[in-house]
Design a protein around this ligand. Structure first.
Ligand code: SER
Length: 619
């Protein structure tokens, strides 16, 4: 079954269940400032999920063009792409869990003939803090569906240590099984709809080649573990809540928002182990092979995939009239084109290779999205212009990188990171140049590069780099003290106000800390005093600050707090302050809390719905 057929079957299947097929909306959101691009099928439908009447009724279905900028760096595994199509069906206050889960299961196993043995599902485990229970109803529905298909369906709690536990249905928390445009419940602004969800994963099997190479290979696998063995193919969101000043309330209507990646569904049906080998990409992959003078996809997967993905993304963004620039959407388009060109260099692609690739993409999609064909001339000319402009910049960066590497006579991870920072030179490039120039390459190149990148990220997150760069050791130490004070403050807020408090942002200079967190009410004078007193008490107790390297899943399981907006690597550093605070953090911190002095909150205010900001100093 090819992708056209699969897309059509999905829409026809839901049409047979009385849904109206609606066209894909534009990739550029209308009246929706939450994202730069439409990143899911529900976004254009938000007013209707909130209760407005949709002219086409209460059951809708489509295939929505989507683009997720946050996935740019993820491209190069077996399942992430920037542009993708999301198959969607919606109930606007019409059917709910039973119909949704049963229909989707029927579609996968009957229509697409996917082996149910390969399917695993997840459900929301509930969270008392937000007053929402475990989704037992979905579990019962899934149990029946699997049992009727002759498959035992045990439900188990997710555990990073125990892995699969012979389970079929897994409970996860809100970081995995809750959906809203702004992510987890704690991050949602007032007025935003959301709800628990139930995801379906397709098992590519233990022998998946990339799994063996994966950083996760020695850890027990579980469906959300990121090793690439399990691919999420569909997500049914039970959108029945809205965030209010007082917490979560039921919406006037119970909605279903289902979204499933077309690319991944095609992967499952076509028996491939990654989306780039499906018919949606194969022509472009073959063209890359041809233009590179016969390089093999399997030997150069990352470069092929980045080029293929970014060319497709470029075609779709340019077809909507977006032009390369240095801001917002134009910047994303520029980044796609430039990144594709860089990776093209790695596999010897000739000059101006993007236009012929774009033509292949246009051929693949012209019957489904007419705009790619009608805008063809425009798309190709945008690509050509940008390619020519970038060629010059790139040549200069190559020269400078080569000269730096030969001058130093070696390549280390730190150097490679600096080259990346100053010339945009990806690690693979510096490595390639080092090989060509026959200089020594550090054994720990990749690890050190990653460490340098993490350190950089942490510093810029704390805003420290700009603010005290060059001021010297003293200022650095002051900021370090405030950094430890930030951890104490975070935990003190949780103890005084409740565990709903989560870090939303932080900025540290050598003079003060600034901490943003989720909480919907102004702090009373008493609460402020209680928080200050608790922090000062912990400072006086002279607690030890300890640092430990751990696997991310172990860290979370051991109760370490994480910064929710961040994606973490598999190995993380956890800082604990004796029995009081435990957080994933790259540091640095002081050794003992008595180093801090007296802690004082100087300001507390709202910076948006549900988010407060505190400024504090130590004297
Ligand atoms: N909105 C949900 C998602 O993007 C389901 O459509 O996963």
């Amino acid at each position: 079954m090819n992708s056209k057929e699969i897309r059509k079957r999905y829409l026809e299947f839901f049409k047979s269940k009385k849904h109206v097929i609606i066209p894909s909306a534009s990739l550029i959101p209308k009246n929706d400032p939450t994202t730069l691009f439409v990143g899911s099928g529900m976004q254009p439908l938000v007013p209707y999920l909130l209760g407005k009447k949709h002219p086409q009724g209460t059951r809708l279905t489509n295939s929505q063009k989507s683009f997720r900028t946050e996935d740019i760096e993820e491209v190069g595994d077996n399942r992430h792409t920037t542009f993708f199509e999301m198959l969607g069906n919606w109930s606007l206050g019409d059917y709910f869990k039973k119909e949704q889960l049963s229909w989707y299961f029927e579609f996968l196993t009957n229509e697409l003939k996917i082996d149910a043995q390969r399917l695993y599902v997840t459900v929301f485990r509930g969270n008392k803090d937000i007053g929402i229970d475990k989704d037992k109803e979905s579990v019962e529905i899934w149990k029946k569906l699997f049992t009727d298909a002759g498959i035992e369906a045990k439900d188990v709690d997710f555990s990073g240590k125990k892995g699969m536990q012979n389970g079929r249905i897994f409970y996860y928390d809100e970081t995995k099984n809750w959906w809203s445009r702004s992510g987890i419940p704690q991050n949602m602004p007032v007025g935003e709809p959301g709800g628990p969800d139930s995801e379906v994963f397709y098992d590519l099997g233990k022998n998946l080649k990339r799994h063996e190479k994966s950083q996760w290979k020695d850890l027990p696998c579980h469906v959300n573990c990121d090793c690439g063995r399990f691919v999420e193919i569909g997500n049914s969101v039970f959108m029945e809540y809205v965030k209010t000043e007082k917490g979560f309330e039921k919406l006037k209507q119970k909605n279903v928002d289902f979204g499933g990646g077309l690319e991944r569904t095609v992967l499952a049906v076509q028996g491939k182990d990654n989306v780039f080998e499906t018919d949606l990409f194969i022509d472009v992959i073959n063209e890359i092979k041809k233009l590179s003078g016969g390089k093999e996809y399997r030997d150069n997967m990352k470069s092929f995939e980045i080029i293929a993905d970014h060319t497709r993304g470029t075609v779709f963004l340019a077809s909507e009239g977006i032009m390369p620039s240095n801001t917002e959407r134009g910047y994303i388009l520029r980044r796609l084109i430039r990144r594709a060109i860089r990776f093209g260099k790695l596999i010897n692609m000739p000059k101006n290779f993007l236009a012929p690739l774009a033509k292949k993409v246009i051929e693949t999609y012209k019957d489904v999205y007419a705009e790619v064909k009608s805008e063809e001339k425009n798309i190709l000319s945008i690509i050509q212009d940008e390619e020519e402009k970038f060629e010059k910049t790139l040549e200069k960066a190559f020269k400078e990188t080569t000269s730096e590497i030969t001058k130093r006579g070696e390549l280390t991870g730190d150097m490679a990171f600096n080259l990346y920072e100053s010339h945009g030179m990806p690690l693979e490039f510096s490595e390639e140049i080092a090989v060509k120039e026959k200089v020594k390459i550090s054994d720990t190149l990749k690890i050190d590069f990653k460490k340098a990148a993490e350190k950089h990220r942490d510093i810029s997150r704390a805003g420290a780099e700009k603010k005290f760069g060059g001021v010297g050791k003293e200022a650095g130490y002051e900021a370090t003290k405030l950094h430890t004070a930030t951890h104490l403050l975070h935990q003190a807020l949780r103890e005084v106000l409740g565990n709903h408090v989560k870090q939303m942002g932080s900025d540290i200079t050598h003079e003060r800390l600034r901490f943003d967190f989720s909480h919907s009410k102004k702090l009373t004078e008493n609460e402020i005093k209680e928080v200050e007193d608790l922090v000062n008490k912990k400072i006086k107790e002279d607690l030890k600050v300890e640092k430990k390297e751990m696997n991310y899943s172990d860290a979370i399981e051991s109760g370490a707090l994480a910064f929710f907006k961040e994606k973490y690597p598999d190995k993380v550093t956890v800082y604990s302050i004796t029995n009081f605070s435990k957080e994933i953090c790259a540091g640095p911190h002081v050794k003992k809390t008595s180093e801090l002095g007296s802690f004082k909150i100087i300001k507390e205010k709202s910076i948006g719905a549900g988010i407060r900001r505190i400024r504090a100093v130590i004297e």
